[in-house]
Write a protein that binds this ligand. Structure first.
Ligand SMILES: C=CC1=C(C)c2cc3[nH]c(cc4nc(cc5[nH]c(cc1n2)c(C)c5CCC(=O)O)C(CCC(=O)O)=C4C)c(C)c3C=C
Ligand SMILES: [Fe+2]
Length: 419
């Protein structure tokens, strides 16, 4: 983030009416909810009147504008802060206003700028919360999506894509309400955890009284020195078999929606999956490897030597046994025939209060042009997946991620044009 210098600092003049609105933030969000979001943003000093351009000089910067939103086929960053939000309004006009206001602010954040230049007026809350001062853009990406419940809340069910439905209940699900669903999501990924958190915190704060966080999860990925596939908390390379993020033709087949107002967008599936590390750590390496059908250290599929070696899931040895066990996670996932783009992060959130076990796992995220692709893979894993012994699905959500934004336009414009 660009540290504000003295010339940049501005003391905004603020009217008594604006001040009243401001002091209502946090203390009485509902009061703000009743007034226009634009007025509140103005009072906070946000300049949302002009489009903001992608910076051409910022370091470690991902671009906001383009055919698709960032954070989907962007190279995976080290950190995520994922937030599922409830909207506190019931009209499509409110949503449109929110997206118009958020758009330039998202560009600023992705440029490594603050929401507003810091103010020296110590009598009012600052427009930016400040914890990203001195940090660069850190390849921040912001991906925004709409959940099925949003369309019901705003009475625009006719615009809900047929594919956008809550995921079915899967046999071994132990979902908790507090990690499930949401009207909107903000996926913030960055190479600095504080930059990702700052982005969500400030976007939600700017929309105080209009949205509130339903659930959120921070996560991390650590890349081996010299690059390569990150290890998950089971110490296996995770993300080996994925569509190439540069192969637009393949991504059109797997990821990008090609019809309706969501054209150029995609569906995000999020699953909060607890990994029972204590059980895993009591398991022999041989059994761990049989769980995935891959060798732990090389990442190679059984019967091969290198991580990216291709394999035939149906291949059998001289005894007639599958080389890749037919209960292994990779065997079952591959056999489903469905493809998805995985972009997951590990999490570690203290201990489970009832057991004292690690509360750690995977914030599994996949992108696909139809959530049915995810469902097909998950159904194939079903009750057979050997990995089930070591994991429990605790949270679930699905969101339609809007197409990318062109300069002069705003997030989700195609939805509002279709109204
Ligand atoms: C329904 C989709 C999937 C869920 C949920 C899921 C959870 C999950 N996966 C791992 C670890 C690994 N997964 C691997 C491969 C793999 N996983 C899925 C799908 C889901 N995983 C797919 C489609 C694939 C690729 C299959 C193929 O065609 O080869 C691997 C192997 C390495 C790799 O390719 O990434 C690992 C390891 C965990 C720990 C987990 C939940 C906690
Ligand atoms: Fe997997």
């Amino acid at each position: 983030m660009i540290a504000p210098n003295d010339e940049k600092r501005s003391i905004k003049k603020i009217s008594r009416r604006d001040m009243l609105k401001l002091t209502g933030i946090g203390a009485a969000g509902a009061a703000i909810g009743a007034s226009g979001l634009g007025g509140v943003m103005k009072a906070m000093g946000y300049d949302v009147s002009e489009p903001v351009a992608d910076s051409t000089t910022a370091s470690n910067k991902a671009n906001f504008y383009g055919k698709h939103q960032s954070g989907i086929t962007t190279p995976v960053q080290t950190n995520i802060y994922f937030a599922s939000l409830d909207v506190l309004f019931s009209t499509k006009n409110d949503l449109q206003e929110l997206f118009k206001q958020w758009t330039p602010l998202v560009v600023r954040l992705m440029n490594g700028e603050l929401m507003v230049d810091l103010t020296t007026n110590t009598r009012i809350p600052t427009g930016d919360t400040g914890e990203a001062v001195g940090l660069d853009a850190s390849n921040l990406t912001i991906t925004i999506g709409a959940g099925p419940s949003l369309f019901d809340k705003l009475s625009i069910q006719h615009l809900k894509p047929a594919e956008l439905e809550d995921l079915p209940h899967f046999p071994k699900d132990q979902l908790q309400k507090e990690f499930t669903g949401g009207d909107l999501c903000i996926q913030a990924c960055a190479d600095d955890p504080q930059v990702a958190f700052h982005a969500v915190r400030n976007l939600v704060r700017a929309a105080s009284g209009k949205v509130q966080i339903k659930w959120s999860q921070a996560g991390f990925n650590s890349f081996p020195a010299g690059g390569g596939t990150p290890l998950n908390l089971f110490a296996f390379k995770d993300g080996t078999v994925n569509p190439a993020i540069t192969d637009e033709k393949d991504l059109n087949k797997v990821v990008w929606v090609d019809k309706g107002w969501l054209k150029g967008g995609t569906y995000l599936v999020a699953r909060k999956i607890q990994m029972h590390l204590e059980t895993w750590d009591r398991t022999s390496l041989k059994d761990q490897e049989a769980t995935f059908g891959r060798y732990r250290d090389s990442g190679a599929p059984f019967g091969k030597t290198k991580e990216f070696d291709d394999f035939d899931v149906e291949a059998k040895d001289s005894n007639g046994d599958y080389i890749m066990p037919d209960t292994s996670h990779v065997h079952l996932a591959r056999k489903s025939g469905a493809r998805i783009l995985r972009r997951s992060y590990s999490y570690a959130s203290g201990v489970m209060s009832n057991t004292g076990a690690h509360d750690a796992g995977l914030i599994f995220i996949s992108f696909q042009k139809d959530p049915a692709q995810f469902t097909t893979v998950q159904n194939s894993l079903g009750r057979l997946d050997k990995m089930n012994e070591y994991v429990t699905h605790r949270g679930s959500a699905v969101f339609a991620c809007f197409p990318g934004v062109q300069k002069g336009s705003y997030l989700g414009e195609a939805l509002f044009n279709a109204l």
